[in-house]
Design a protein around this ligand. Structure first.
Ligand code: FES
Length: 115
């Protein structure tokens, strides 16, 4: 499976300027390349400048494509770019969802251990 998901050499050249690289955040190749040319040297810098990788998939679909674009634009090897900082997609949750509706008297309380 890993072999199937790795971008083949030269595939990055097939990405047209208007191709959406990050579908969660609707970021095109043009926007990614502009960010790299503006000085975004790392995956995190591209992420900070464009929101690429901040969608619901957390960059699973776009992260490697952005890295390969970075390699193509800068000529740097892929290993030098590293990985972006992973952050789980979190959203605010009302405290009621965590506490629930329960009765303290119905909580199972184990009997104390004999001394
Ligand atoms: S495709 Fe980029 S964050 Fe999901």
């Amino acid at each position: 499976m890993t072999r199937l998901t790795i971008m083949r050499d030269g595939l990055v050249r097939a990405i047209t300027p208007e191709t959406v690289v990050c579908r969660c955040e609707s970021i095109t190749r043009t926007e990614v390349v502009a960010e790299i040319q503006a000085g975004a040297a790392s995956q995190n810098a591209i992420k900070s400048g464009t929101r690429l990788g901040m969608g619901p998939c957390g960059g699973k679909f776009c992260g490697e494509a952005a890295a390969m674009l970075n390699c193509a634009v800068t000529g740097r090897p892929r290993v030098d770019l590293g990985l972006p900082t992973a952050r789980p997609p979190l959203r605010p949750v009302p405290i009621d969802a965590l506490t629930g509706d329960f009765d303290y008297d119905s909580l199972p309380i184990p009997a104390p251990a004999p001394l």
